[in-house]
Structures are given as structure tokens and as C-alpha cells.
Design a protein around this ligand. Structure first.
Ligand code: UDP
Length: 424
């Protein structure tokens, strides 16, 4: 049966292009979130247009992902990669390009779901010029991020101001974990509406192959003990903590160890520098013979790596949500994660994995040792992890919660429209 037609939504994701290859610099959780949520909502009957900035001349303007779900690239600033810190100045052009697109296609989007503070600013500008409801997801909060980095970028003040305005004026802000809601309240503003709707994952893709099948496909011996990292090369991701943890005696005592690190990097760019730094530590600690850098791995193949791993480690200093944790959990693999942000919510300590203080290589080493040393417990943790994702974090369940939120917002918009027409 075809789903009931719902309405049109514009997703705005200025720097997170939902149609690009994931795993590269500046391509991570936000791209996956926008794309997956967009497609899931389209299946529920919404017409979803996802607006992003063109970052290369040869990119197509419109990419159709599925019936009712497409990426639309607007030109704002140079048609090349621009780091997030430099994007703010190009946003007025993005707003104009958005209105131009609406005019040309004779469309007005009543619902605007903005992602990250840059798009939040765009959403606030759109709302100044047309009747619309803005729903906002931060993906990362400046107020939290700046606590854990040494060099604060010049854009920090602008970002903090926009984040505050966004919370106070959006019709609804979506926090992806209870921790993020608390952070917003204590660090950003006590005004504004917040609801918690988590991120999700594809529970069909992750969890389809068994450990044995995955290991066979990847040519991994059943006796190998695989510790997996998946994600961007960014100092905030804490890969160094993991590498140093693997070097601790309690981990090194395990025979047949293998450390696999998945994630793309580009030579000469920030992520390329972090990869070189990590490679340097790996060779300094004599871990090169047990470490493999896999490069950027597509989701279809990642499903095999997650399933084959004994443990997936997410050692971030700060993580607003952390999709990698739930992808590994969906694949039946226990996760050892930093006791921060969304990870505190997704990973249940001693039930689906273990939590450890960020940047504490000793604590990570102990956690790795505890799980590697008890294969029966490892199995139990993995099963509980899968169970938790099935009940709480499938894209369909996330999309159902968003569906309800949008319907509610549309209802309010109609009311406001009727009231304003009666008054005038
Ligand atoms: N990812 C991928 N291939 C890689 C590395 C990462 O597809 O080689 C994906 C990963 O599966 C996840 C996303 O990139 O879906 C990272 O999201 P997360 O929320 O963990 O971190 P973020 O990048 O948003 O900080």
C-alpha cells in the first residue's frame, strides 16, 4: 500500500552533502543522518528535498535518491571544498540561491529542518521571509566542543551566538541524546523547545552477516583478535588513545592481535595530517605489523568489518551522538566507548559494552582486556547490543518520531495561517 501523502520538507545541510562518499574529511555522521532520515521520511509519504552547497564544479545539481527524496546542490561561494570554519560568509548567497530555487520551481517549503549551526542560520533567515516552521538538529554544540580543544577558532563567537538564537527561536530543536539536551539547557539557553529523538542506523545492513561469514569474506583467521576503529581522522576522535591502549601490556599479552582503522583521509588536508600523526605513533610503538589502515570503507563493506571485529572502540574526546557505536552494536559487536555525550546513552556499561574516561589509555586497555579475555561475555554483550539497537535506533523508528513531530508542526502552521488570515 502506498503511504499517505504528507507534504514537503526542505532539509538544509550546507556542509554535509548527503550525496557524497562518507568517510572523507567533512563527511561523516551528519551526511549519513540527513540521507537516511530523508529516505526513511520519503517512504512515509513526505517529499524530501535536501539542500547542500556545491563543493565541486562537476557535481550534479540534482541527485535523485529514491522517489520523493533528492539532493539539491546550490551554488554559494567557490565551487570547491571550503572548510566549515570558512563557510559562514557564503551563507547569504546560499539563502538567495534557496529562494531562487523555490521561485523557479514554484514551491514554498512549509517545513525547514536545519542541520548544524551554519544551516541553522540559513533556516532563521528563511523564516524571516516566509511562513515556515524550523526544526533544528545541532549535530555538534560549539559550547561543548570548545571545552575540549586547545585552539578556539576565530568563528567561535559567531557560532555560539547563532546556536543560542537557534535554540531560542526554532519551533523545535531535536537533541539526539538526553545528554545533548542537558548540555543545551546548561550551556546554551534555558529558552526554546527541545525534544529528544536519537540518530538511527540501518538494522538490515548492519547485522546481516555472521562473524564467521564476515571473517571468511575478509580472509581473517578465526583465531585473530580484531580491534576495530571506524571514523574520521580528527584529533577529537581520540585514535591516539586507542593506539596507546593497544600498546599496554594487558592488551599486548593477547596473541594474534589486529588493530584495524577504517576512515578516509586526504593528503595535505587536516585529516591527512592526523592520519600521518597516528601512523607515526603506530610505528614509534612498534605496532605497524599488527595495524591496518583500511582507508575509506563503504557502508556495504563496513558491515563485514563490524561483524568480524571482536570489539569496536570509539575513543572520542567528545561525541554528540556517534553513529559508529550503534552501527557496531547493530552488527552484534560490543563497543568500548568514551564516557561522553551520546555514547553514554547508546552504550550501556557492562550490558552492551564498556565505557571508559576519554583520553585514558590505561582505562581503555583494561576494558579491551576484559572483553578479549572472556569470549562468552563478549557474545552476550554483542547480543544485548544488537537488541538495544533494534528497539531504539532503527532509522524507521527515528523517522516515525520525526514524522509525528512534522505533522504536529504542520498542524500548528495551518492554525497560525488561519488565525493570521482571520485577523487581517
Ligand atoms: N564511515 C564510513 N566509512 C569510513 C568511515 C566512516 O562510512 O571509512 C561512516 C560511519 O559508518 C558513520 C559515519 O561515517 O556512519 C561517522 O559518523 P559518526 O557519527 O560516528 O561521526 P562523525 O563523523 O559525525 O563525527
Amino acid at each position: 500500500m502506498l503511504p499517505k501523502k504528507r507534504g514537503k520538507i526542505a532539509f538544509i545541510s550546507v556542509h554535509g552533502d548527503p550525496a557524497v562518499n562518507i568517510g572523507k574529511e567533512e563527511a561523516g555522521g551528519q551526511n549519513v543522518y540527513v540521507r537516511e532520515v530523508g529516505e526513511a521520511l520519503a517512504r512515509k509519504g513526505w517529499q524530501v528535498d535536501m539542500f547542500t552547497r556545491r563543493s565541486a564544479r562537476q557535481q550534479e545539481t540534482i541527485v535523485e535518491h529514491s522517489p520523493n527524496c533528492r539532493t539539491i546542490r546550490l551554488t554559494a561561494g567557490p565551487e570547491e571544498f571550503v572548510a566549515r570554519q570558512q563557510l559562514f560568509e557564503h551563507l547569504p548567497e546560499f539563502v538567495e540561491a534557496f529562494f531562487h530555487f523555490q521561485n523557479q520551481s514554484e514551491t514554498i517549503y512549509p517545513l525547514i529542518h536545519t542541520n548544524y549551526w551554519l544551516s541553522g542560520w540559513v533556516g532563521m533567515e528563511i523564516k524571516k521571509r516566509q511562513l515556515a516552521k524550523q526544526i533544528h538538529t545541532y549535530h555538534s554544540l560549539g559550547a561543548v566542543k570548545y571545552r575540549s580543544i586547545a585552539a578556539i577558532p576565530f568563528i567561535a563567537n559567531t557560532r555560539l551566538n547563532v546556536e543560542k538564537q537557534c535554540l531560542e527561536t526554532s519551533d523545535m530543536v531535536v537533541a539526539t541524546s538526553p545528554q545533548e539536551r542537558e548540555d543545551m539547557r546548561s550551556l546554551v539557553s534555558d529558552k526554546g523547545n527541545i525534544t529528544v529523538i536519537p540518530c538511527g542506523t540501518d538494522i538490515e545492513r548492519f547485522g546481516r552477516v555472521s562473524r564467521e561469514q564476515a571473517r571468511q569474506a575478509l580472509g581473517l583467521d578465526p583465531a585473530t583478535r580484531v580491534i576495530l576503529y571506524v571514523g574520521r581522522f580528527d584529533p577529537r576522535k581520540g585514535i591516539e588513545t586507542l593506539v596507546r591502549a593497544v600498546d599496554q601490556p594487558e592488551v599486548r599479552q593477547h596473541p594474534n592481535l589486529k588493530l584495524m582503522i577504517a576512515g578516509g583521509s586526504r593528503p595535505g588536508q587536516k585529516d591527512g595530517q592526523e592520519r600521518e600523526r597516528i601512523e607515526g605513533i603506530v610505528s614509534e610503538l612498534n605496532l605497524a605489523n599488527i595495524t591496518t589502515f583500511l582507508g575509506c570503507v563503504e557502508h556495504t563493506d563496513l558491515a563485514y568489518y563490524y561483524a568480524a571485529a571482536d570489539i569496536c572502540v570509539v575513543p572520542s574526546h567528545y561525541e554528540p551522538f556517534g553513529l559508529v557505536a550503534i552501527e557496531a552494536m547493530a552488527s552484534g559487536t560490543p563497543v568500548i566507548a568514551s564516557d561522553v555525550g551520546g555514547l553514554k546513552y547508546t552504550v550501556v556499561h557492562e550490558e552492551t559494552g564498556l565505557l571508559a574516561p576519554p583520553q585514558d589509555e590505561k582505562a581503555f586497555a583494561q576494558a579491551i582486556n576484559r572483553i578479549l579475555g572472556n569470549s562468552h561475555w563478549r557474545e552476550q554483550l554483542g547480543q544485548a547490543a544488537r537488541q538495544r539497537v533494534e528497539t531504539k535506533f532503527s532509522w524507521d523508528s527515528v523517522a516515525s518520531q520525526l514524522d509525528e513531530l512534522y505533522l504536529e508542526q504542520l498542524g500548528q502552521l495551518h492554525q497560525e495561517f488561519l488565525t493570521s488570515s482571520v485577523v487581517s
